[in-house]
Design a protein around this ligand. Sequence first.
Ligand code: HEM
Length: 414
Amino acid sequence: MPDIALFAQVLDPANRADPYRLYAHLRETPILRDEDGTYIVSTYAEIRSLLQDSRVSSEDIPVFKRARTGNPILDFIINPIKDRIIEAHRPLLFRDPPDHGVLRRLIMTQFTTERVRATSGRVHAIVEDLIGKMRGREEVDLVGDFAYPLPVAIICELLGIPPGDEQKFQSWSATLAGVLDPDHWVREEHRLKSIENYDAITHYLSAIIKAKRKRPADDVLSGLATYKDKKLGRMGKYDLIATSVLLLIAGHETTVNLITNGMLTLLRNREWLERLRQDPTLAPRIVDELLRFDPPVHFRTRKTLAEIPIAGTVIPKGAPLILLFASGNRDPKRFQDPDRFDPERPDNLHFGFGGGPHYCIGAPLARLEVETALTALAKRLVDPRLVVDPPPYRPGASLRGPARLPLRVAAIAA
Ligand code: HEM
């Protein structure tokens, strides 16, 4: 008899440090119906198949609904209109065809490989600068001192966000990252806080976009605000705002976890830290294996648009789905000795960046940042040691990573 409380245990912060043993239990029933009718998909083949299935929708986040204020103009006219606009213009992560494809193609005209490659010099410079600032200290927090400021600085530069504004949206971004957890919407105060933060971040970005339309610069937001495709036309105002919010948050909340999970894994597997120090060409393989072994995105939600027979069960139409990427990545039917960190493993086709039509747009940027970061940390931190193991984790179960990663170092090399 499958244990239906297993996924509740995955969401429980008490299990954040090690959800992998729960995933192993979940995989005993590849498609598990939870008490509330959600279907948890935990095995590699089934996740892969559903990611590519056109009967599976990404338009699954609950409708925004503001709290009543007592002011009838706000409650019955203005706020319902605002909510409807947000609903109709969700970011592409929560959109299906044909809108999803149109938005994605427009974004890709600006978020180009050349633009990402051109940031390489800045990534190196920021990495060296952040490590340089640690000199003279015996203990550092890898999250606050390094893993957070690096991707934030890079995504802000790429998008064209004024330097120095990062502080403004750190807390908006952290709250909004929580919307990916299914239990987030259940609590009224979380829902209202998300709406409040979404309003704040969209207000902030609308002003920036307006300025960029008038005086475009060489950055992604200027490009998106002014580009007109011959067939697809221009990206509309509200879609542009939603896209900017998504890029900013995606650029904030994921890469930080890959750097931190990466360093944590390397410190638990010191042989690989030493090998990376001696041979930086190993970085791409190490980062790829980290994306399988301890990925920043543990699961994503979906909804079925039709009945789907799969793995001996039938998922009904309209059912919420949880695709447990991090469990699929440890499925022994797909990966040999899956609980072993092994950058030499062949055919490492993991779900670290998802799969199917919503595959991560930021993957090349994230790889560039994390490969550069881990290579420099391996080279310059002399005899780094974990102060606590496991470290304290942030609350999110879907976007999962340490809140702090205190390290003791003998020195920081020049
Ligand atoms: C290590 C860092 C990152 C990881 C692990 C990661 C992971 C993912 C995953 C798993 C998805 C698929 C979600 C789904 O199927 O529902 C995704 C989508 C996406 N990611 Fe990333 N991401 C990272 C960094 C970034 C960065 C730096 C950006 C952009 C600046 C970005 C932008 C996006 C966007 C726009 C999507 C939605 C694509 C779509 O819906 O078509 N990501 N990411």
